[in-house]
Structures are given as C-alpha cells and as structure tokens.
Design a protein around this ligand. Structure first.
Ligand code: FES
Length: 140
C-alpha cells in the first residue's frame, strides 16, 4: 500500500517565510514536495475564508506563516493573523476538521533551515492524522 501523500496549502508572507523558502531552495535543503506555497504580502491579509475554502476543497492541512511578532512590515498584520487563526481553530471542529490541520508559524527571511524543518514536521504530522475527510467525500 502506498504512503498517504498529503496536500498542504501554505499562505506565506512575501517578506519573511517566502524568502526563507527561497533560501531553503538555494541552500539545497530538502523538504517534502507536498506543500503548495501561496505568496501573500502579509499574513494579516489571509482571510479565514481562504483557509476554510482550502480545507473544504480537499487540502489536508493549511499553514499560515509570516514574520516574527514585532517584525511585520505592516506593523500588526501578524498579530491579526494570530487572533484569526486562534478563532479558526476553535470553529474548525464544527466543520468536521481537526484543528491540527491548521498551523501558524513565524519563519524569518534568514530561517531557511527552520522552513525546511517546519515542512518536514508538518507533513509527518498530517501523514499520521490521515487524509482530510472532505477530500474523501469528493472522491466517493
Ligand atoms: S509582513 Fe510578514 S507577516 Fe506581516
């Protein structure tokens, strides 16, 4: 039996995590190819609807990752994201999703090693959790 290959949607801030992903690539660090990066200007612009839509359309997990607290280029966008993710995690079970399918991280532009580590860790965690039930229902 083949290993479950999760699809993870990652909303990453242009200024920090996206740059860290680029650094990981140029540093030839390896991480699973399961993550689809969506570059946004700031985590503060990640509407909760984007997260719900990704999960409802079959993503196995969603990552939101941006600048460390205090480093946001738009002053407080990442604090807004943190509040939204906290609330989203509370309502996800009402949609039938395990809150572990949503993760928020801070990865700075020079943290290519951390970026690869988070991706490896997240993919391993979602493999243990299993496929998103919404995706299974679409297949049936
Ligand atoms: S600019 Fe990176 S999180 Fe706001």
């Amino acid at each position: 039996m083949s290993e479950f290959d999760p699809v993870i949607i990652a909303f990453v801030c242009n200024w920090c995590t996206y740059t860290a992903a680029d650094l990981a690539g140029t540093s030839r660090l390896t991480y699973p190819p399961n993550v689809r990066l969506i570059r946004v200007m700031c985590t503060g612009m990640v509407d909760p609807q984007y997260v719900l839509k990704a999960l409802l359309e079959g993503a196995d997990a969603v990552l939101v990752s941006g600048c460390h607290p205090g480093d946001c280029h738009y002053i407080n966008g990442n604090f807004k994201a943190r509040r939204r993710i906290k609330l989203l995690k509370e309502i996800l079970p009402r949609f039938g999703f395990d809150p572990q399918r949503l993760r928020l991280t801070w990865i700075g532009a020079s943290d290519g090693v951390q970026f690869a580590g988070v991706m490896n860790d997240l993919v391993a965690q979602i493999r243990q959790l299993g496929p998103n039930q919404a995706k299974l229902q679409m297949v049936i």
